[in-house]
Structure formats: structure tokens, C-alpha cells
Write a protein that binds this ligand. Structure first.
Ligand code: J2J
Length: 550
């Protein structure tokens, strides 16, 4: 790795290579191989636009040549904030060809989050849409750039669509440059050649953590480990060249991108179709038209999809597997979803940090409906421990600790946090409370980390609390998650104010002005005279939650 965050030991790396988990191939080289193997097959569909594997390969070369022309090269970080569109995939592989490193931002992120990512990653460029969901990303980028100041490394803003009035923003089309003939005519021997000297053990991408302690942390993933993540999931889901995967959730989300998602499908020679929004109407039309075989959802989408399917006006006959993950799927929905859509349901309990658990396609219904699956790799080490770090027997709830061939050993540039987020022997403390069954399946029963999981979107309480305190009327604040039928969990802000408390809408507006993503705004604001404290003087969030039940 070119960066210095903790990584696997030599002995572990050798073991993962010997087991065949790590194959020593970069993503740039993988696309080259896929193009020589599946050249004429359709790899990517976005609306009426289609790319074969050969097209995708050539397009990655063009994007790489254009980016190189901008001075972007091996090891450079580039924040990619794109909605679900083919360009995400084109940019991603263009960067891989260069050995540059995409940072997966979410479309909903705003000034605070993007500025933070740019700074933390020392990004040299950002790739954004012109507008998306009634929001102008160019304006956002002009603010981010202004904030970076003269010392900032951010040199380029690349806009998919119209760069608008910003003369120095680069339109994506200008970044697609025909490479020199020598570079574009490749032989089979080139298939193994590493992009610009990139090594498969190098950093391939940076994912965002849901975060518990303020702003998101960056999760380093290597070519070796991330490809294994996607391939292990693809094998369990039996993906092949006939697979047509519909990307419904945000494409940069680890679940959608690599579990097995976009990468798993492309590594199997299948077809990826991007859905511009997650509504069942949009998705079902695409499923009918493209004969989609598999997709992934978060739990809040499930009732809407079942509702729309019950109209009987769609032909979902091609759809075979629907994955649901990111938050706990209510058992009742798990039981109804399969029959409602005529599919096999797969529960997915994953994390951008690594460990992915899947129910298997041939698991008995009871396991599929009541557990969140089991690890995808035989070399995933899972410990369930009590508050003192001692393993508990199967069936007893405890914190999930994990390490393995695709689970990080340290966050990117987060030395201090890394000291507490991992055990001395390299286990990642997930903060999730689980029960393990004798079959190895895990049941997620809660969380010890201070994070709200609103239908799969993770809200770090501390980050929102800090911003609430910038409101002139608020003197103390605590954000808690409370059970909610639709979202699984919704967020309630308890605030202490000298005078009248601001309403929910005013608070949302304030947080928006502070540059916070909209999904982090509290669903409800409750005024309290003071925040209850625990014996050691921490805000007692359990007591606050109980206030709501009275
Ligand atoms: C309960 N909680 C869950 C589940 C994740 C696949 C699927 C999801 C993610 C993801 C992902 C859950 N039931 N089925 O990256 O590749 C909660 C846990 C976990 C946290 C991780 C993937 N599935 N969770 O959601 O990094 O608390 O990844 O630690 O966003 O989501 O969040 P994130």
C-alpha cells in the first residue's frame, strides 16, 4: 500500500494469497481481461445507452487518458459524487486504469461532508453531476473550493453534464480523450499488465464509514481485498454471464457496488442496469424491459415494492433474487417478500469496513427470515464478546468483532481512532450487537455505537449534536434513535433551550444552512429542561428514549 494505515501482516497476506482469495490482479487489468473474454456482451445499461465489455474497456482508456491529461495519476484521490448513472462506472474504471483512487461520496452529501472528504483524502479532483434531485452540485463545489483556500490540493471539478457558469470546471465529455494508438491497441499479454505500475495490494478505493464519532471516516480497500469481497458474494449468489443486476440503491454504496452488486456482476460477465431512482415503478419497468435477474434493497423500500407488485400489472418473471440489507428487515416483511415478488430473498448484513454476511440461497426459510446471514469467507474470523471482551456462548448477545481477508485493519489517516476501533490482534470492533446461532448465522439485535440507522442511512449522533449546538437557541442537544415502523429507526433531537425551542422545520433548515446532508435532520425535536446524565456523567440516552414512551 502506498499509504501508511495499518494493514495485514506479511504472514496473513501470504495466507490469503495462498488460499486464492487475493488473486494479484488490479481492477484496471480485470476490466481488460473481461473485455477479451466477454467483449461483445452487454456490460452496462443506463436508459437507452448501452456499453459492451469492449466499449467499457475502451471508455476506461479514454477517461484515463483525459484524467492523465489533467495531471491526475497513480495514488491520487478523486471524490466521486454521482447519482446512479453509467458515468459512475466509467469514471471508476478510468481511475482504476490510472491507479488513482475513487472516494465514494453519497449523492445526498452536502458542503460539510464533501469538504471534509476532500480535506481528509487530500483529493485532487471531484466528479459531480450538474444538478441532481433539484440540487445544484456545481454551486456546492464552488463553495467547497472556496473553503479549501489557496493551500488546498483540489485542482479540478469535473461535471457530468453542463458545467454552467464556472469556466474552470471541466465537462466530463472533455475528459474522454482518445488514447494514442499504441495505448489503445492491446494484446492479450497486456491483460496482466498493471495500470501505470499499480500493484494489487495498493489502495483501490476509499469507502465512507457510517461513522459514530462525528464526520465519516475513510475505509481503505485494496484491489486484492475488494475484488475478493465482490467475488465471494458473487459465488454465493451464483452469478454468471446471464445475470442482469439492477442497481437501485446508491451505486457508490458498498452494498450496491460490491456485495456482489456492480463489481460482482461485471466480474461474472453479466449485465449491470442502473435505476435512476429506487421507486418500484421505475425499477419494475426496467426489470420488465431488461429481464433483470437480481437486485438489492434496504428494508424501507420493501413494503412499497410489495404494494406495487400486488397491482399485478408488471411482469417480474425474470427476477430471481432480491437482497435486503443495510438495516434490520422485519421478519414479517422477510416472510412476505418472496411470495409477493416471486423471488428468493437474501438477507445481507454488511459493512463498508469489510465483513459481509449473507443468507444462502438454499437456506431454510426460517433462517432466511429470522437471521441476517453468515460470513461469506471461510477465513472471516468472527468473535461475539461481552463488555469485558470475553467471548460469549452461541445464542448469547454480544458485540461483533471481526477480521479477515477483506476487513480493514485501520481507517485511513485516523491514527487515534484506530487505537480504540481495533483490538490489539487486529479485530475490528463493529459496535453491532449480535447473537450467533450454531449454524454460524448472525442475528443483529442492536448496536452499542452511537449511530442511528434510518432505513439503512447511518446518522452519527455526535456530528448532528455538534451542529445542533450552533443554533443560537440551543444550549444542549442529544440525538437518539427511536423505533419507527417505516424507517426501522427515526431520529429525535432532545434540546435544551433558554427560551422557546425551534421547531423541526427550523432545525432542518438550520442544519441545511450548515451544509449537512438532509437525511441527518432530526425527524422530531423535543424540548427538555435538561439532559439526564448517567452515573459517570454521560448523557443518558436510554433515559431520553424512555421519556418518549411515557
Ligand atoms: C441490521 N443492521 C444492519 C442488517 C447493515 C451490504 C449491506 C449493508 C451494508 C451497510 C454494506 C444490516 N441488519 N441486515 O456495506 O456491503 C448496519 C450495521 C452495520 C452497519 C454498516 C453492505 N446491514 N447493518 O449497511 O457501512 O450496524 O454498510 O455495522 O453503511 O449497518 O453500515 P454501512
Amino acid at each position: 500500500m502506498t499509504e501508511t494505515q495499518p494493514t495485514w501482516s506479511e504472514a496473513e497476506s501470504a495466507r490469503y494469497r495462498a488460499a486464492g482469495h487475493w488473486q494479484g490482479v488490479t481492477f484496471g487489468a480485470r476490466l481488460r481481461q473481461a473485455a477479451s473474454f466477454h467483449g461483445g456482451r452487454v456490460a452496462l445499461v443506463d436508459g437507452d445507452r448501452r456499453w459492451t465489455y469492449a466499449d467499457l474497456d475502451a471508455e476506461a482508456d479514454r477517461v484515463a487518458a483525459g484524467l492523465r491529461g489533467l495531471g491526475i495519476g497513480r495514488g491520487d484521490r478523486v471524490v466521486v459524487q454521482l447519482p446512479n448513472c453509467a458515468e459512475f462506472v466509467l469514471v471508476w474504471f478510468g481511475l482504476q486504469r490510472l491507479g488513482a483512487v475513487p472516494v465514494h461520496a453519497m449523492p445526498g452529501h452536502r458542503r460539510r461532508e464533501i469538504s471534509h472528504l476532500v480535506r481528509l483524502a487530500d483529493a485532487v479532483a471531484c466528479v459531480v453531476p450538474d444538478r441532481h434531485a433539484r440540487f445544484d452540485h456545481r454551486q456546492l463545489m464552488s463553495e467547497v473550493r472556496a473553503e479549501q483556500g489557496p493551500g488546498g490540493l483540489l485542482r479540478h471539478v469535473i461535471v457530468v453534464g453542463d458545467p454552467g457558469p464556472y469556466d474552470d470546471f471541466v465537462p466530463f465529455d472533455a475528459v474522454r480523450v482518445d488514447a494514442s494508438p499504441a495505448a489503445s491497441t492491446h494484446t492479450d499479454a497486456d491483460a496482466d499488465a498493471d495500470a501505470d505500475g499499480t500493484d494489487s495490494a495498493d489502495l483501490a478505493l476509499l469507502l465512507l464509514s457510517g461513522g459514530t464519532t462525528g464526520l465519516p471516516k475513510l475505509i481503505p480497500r485494496t484491489h486484492d481485498d475488494y475484488a475478493y469481497n465482490a467475488r465471494a458474494c458473487a459465488d454465493i449468489c451464483a452469478l454468471d454471464a446471464q445475470t442482469v443486476y439492477l442497481a437501485v440503491l446508491p451505486i457508490g454504496f458498498n452494498f450496491t457496488f460490491a456485495c456482489p452488486g456492480v463489481l460482482g456482476t461485471l466480474m461474472a460477465g453479466g449485465t449491470v442496469v442502473v435505476a435512476p431512482d429506487p421507486s418500484p415503478q421505475t425499477a419494475f419497468a426496467l426489470i420488465e424491459r431488461e429481464r433483470v435477474t437480481m437486485t438489492s434493497l434496504t428494508p424501507p423500500l420493501v413494503p412499497h415494492w410489495m404494494d406495487e407488485a400486488s397491482s399485478g400489472s408488471w411482469d417480474l418473471g425474470s427476477l430471481a433474487v432480491v437482497q435486503v440489507g443495510g438495516a434490520r428487515l422485519p421478519e414479517d416483511h422477510a416472510r412476505k417478500l418472496g411470495p409477493a415478488l416471486g423471488v428468493t430473498v437474501q438477507q445481507v448484513f454488511g459493512m463498508a469496513e469489510g465483513l459481509i454476511n449473507l443468507t444462502r440461497l438454499d437456506d431454510p426459510e426460517n433462517l432466511v427470515c429470522t437471521t441476517q446471514g453468515r460470513p461469506v469467507s471461510p477465513d472471516d474470523d468472527v468473535l461475539v464478546v461481552d463488555a469485558d471482551g470475553r467471548p460469549v456462548p452461541d445464542g448469547t448477545a454480544g458485540e461483533l468483532l471481526t477480521r479477515g481477508p477483506y476487513t480493514l485493519r485501520g481507517y485511513y489517516r485516523a491514527e487515534e481512532h484506530n487505537r480504540t476501533a481495533f483490538t490489539p490482534d487486529g479485530y475490528y470492533r463493529s459496535g453491532d450487537v449480535v447473537r450467533r446461532l450454531p449454524t454460524g448465522h448472525l442475528v443483529v439485535v442492536g448496536r452499542i455505537k452511537d449511530q442511528i440507522n434510518r432505513g439503512g442511512e447511518k446518522i452519527p449522533a455526535v456530528e448532528v449534536e455538534e451542529q445542533l449546538l450552533t443554533h443560537p437557541a440551543i444550549t444542549a442537544a442529544a440525538l437518539v434513535g427511536v423505533p419507527d415502523e417505516r424507517w426501522g429507526e427515526r431520529s429525535v433531537a432532545f434540546v435544551v433551550c433558554a427560551g422557546a425551542a425551534p421547531g423541526t422545520r427550523e432545525v432542518a433548515l438550520h442544519l441545511k444552512e450548515r451544509g449537512l446532508a438532509a437525511y441527518k435532520a432530526p425527524d422530531e425535536v423535543v424540548q427538555v429542561p435538561s439532559l439526564p446524565l448517567t452515573a459517570v456523567g454521560k448523557v443518558d440516552k436510554t433515559a431520553l428514549t424512555l421519556l418518549l414512551r411515557r
